[in-house]
Design a protein around this ligand. Structure first.
Ligand SMILES: NC(=O)c1ccc[n+]([C@@H]2O[C@H](COP(=O)([O-])OP(=O)(O)OC[C@H]3O[C@@H](n4cnc5c(N)ncnc54)[C@H](O)[C@@H]3O)[C@@H](O)[C@H]2O)c1
Ligand SMILES: CC(C)[C@H](C(=O)O)[C@@H](O)C(=O)O
Ligand SMILES: [Mg+2]
Length: 358
């Protein structure tokens, strides 16, 4: 198979973890006889420094000309006080919107050996396995107006959704639930927000088209609590943009670290983008200590969702699991009697296990 992949390393730990994902990708290409053609592009702070914009037009064009996009992370203190159109995060929101990446899939599956790495009780989290389907191109992130008024005394952000934006993500979530344990939890704030009332009506209406899926509605505040008190009660969660952002970082605690959570951002048709759920982790950047697993598992998601390479994706996932079970862990994971390794050493072990599992 011949595929063109756009590599957007971004900022902070982005380049470090992406270099590890590329090592894995090269190994998969050699082993299974695929040619992955990698092109580098600029986004985020790196793009601001080089091209004075967080999302150069060239990056969007390169993405559209590719079969998939891999993204590290953007942002950092260097740009924190920039005006809002020159913030690295604008580049990320911009590419999501430009490619119409409305569906963000964030699987949260803990490894058995890491149950003690979480601050939560092992008996509560063991066996938890859920998928957060997050709407990614609407809501508060993109609503207009979003501005300061009256000399900064008043601020306005707008939560804006069209019905069709809600329908497509809710359908996507039902379809995802059908491929899993057929339980869908729709998360909203329908006791307060008009947008959530419409969201709930659509979920109810769509549920008639998916009679095999059990549906429940949970308010977002209660969901935040239940995620860490009874995570096994969830299968597929669907929610709007900002709720999904917050709940997915919270859910990462089930896996032991934010550095374990991959994601896929998908369009109705066209190129998909794959990135860890975490950020650029400026506090640990440049030290070769970041956990590369979220980035590596995002690469596996790319192979599966964009290229249909299920065997190759499963090989990566199995090698990661073996490595974790062997006790190798980066600094973010607290594993008793395990072996602390660096970012690149973690990848060395995953590569070794890829070879052994062949
Ligand atoms: N997709 C993205 O590019 C993305 C996502 C979230 C945040 N951000 C940006 O990243 C910057 C930093 O944000 P933040 O600190 O709130 O969130 P963050 O996710 O970067 O970091 C939160 C904490 O988790 C740790 N962490 C995150 N990923 C890790 C990994 N792979 N291995 C080990 N530890 C890891 C960090 O060290 C930090 O202590 C901000 O500019 C923010 O806007 C970008
Ligand atoms: C960096 C930020 C804009 C982004 C988001 O809120 O979507 C991040 O937190 C994420 O989860 O991908
Ligand atoms: Mg986030």
């Amino acid at each position: 198979m011949d595929k063109k992949i756009l590599i957007l390393k971004g900022d902070g730990i982005g380049p470090e973890i992406m270099d590890q994902a590329i090592r894995i990708l090269k190994n998969i290409g050699d082993t299974f006889g695929h040619s992955f053609h990698l092109t580098d592009g600029l986004i985020g702070g790196a793009a601001i420094d080089n091209a004075n914009t967080p999302l150069p037009e060239a990056t969007i064009q390169l993405a559209k000309d590719s079969d998939a996009v891999l993204l590290g992370a953007v942002g950092g203190p260097k740009w924190d006080h920039n005006p809002s159109d020159l913030r690295p995060e604008r580049g990320l929101l911009g590419i999501r919107k430009s490619l119409d990446l409305y569906a963000n899939l964030r699987p949260v599956k803990g490894f058995k050996t890491l149950t003690n790495a979480s601050p939560l009780k092992p008996e509560i989290i063991e066996g938890s396995d859920l998928l957060i389907v997050r709407e990614l191109t609407g809501g508060l992130y993109f609503g207009r107006p979003s501005e300061r008024r009256e000399n900064g005394e008043v601020v306005v952000d707008t939560l804006h959704y069209t019905k069709s934006e809600m329908i497509r993500i809710i359908k996507k979530a039902f379809e995802s639930a059908q491929l899993r344990k057929k339980k869908l939890t729709s998360v909203d704030k329908a006791n307060v927000l008009e947008s959530s009332k419409l969201w709930r009506e659509i979920v109810e209406a769509e549920s008639k088209n998916y009679p095999d899926v059990t549906v429940e509605h949970v308010l977002v505040d209660a969901c935040a609590m239940k995620l860490i008190t009874s995570p096994k009660s969830f299968d597929t969660i669907v929610t709007e943009n900002m709720f999904g952002d917050i709940l997915s970082d919270e859910a990462s605690v089930l896996t032991g670290s934010l550095g374990m959570l991959p994601s896929a951002s998908l369009a109705e048709s066209g190129v998909g983008l794959y990135e860890p759920a975490h950020g650029s982790a400026p506090d640990i950047a440049g030290q070769n200590i970041a956990n590369p697993i979220a980035m590596i598992l995002s690469t596996a998601m790319m192979l599966r969702h964009s290229f249909g390479l299920d065997t190759e994706a499963a090989a990566i996932e199995a090698a990661v699991e073996t490595t974790v079970n062997q006790g190798f862990h980066t600094k973010d994971l607290h594993v008793e009697n395990g072996t602390l390794v660096s970012t690149s050493e973690m990848t060395d072990h995953i590569l070794k296990n890829l070879q052994t599992n062949e």
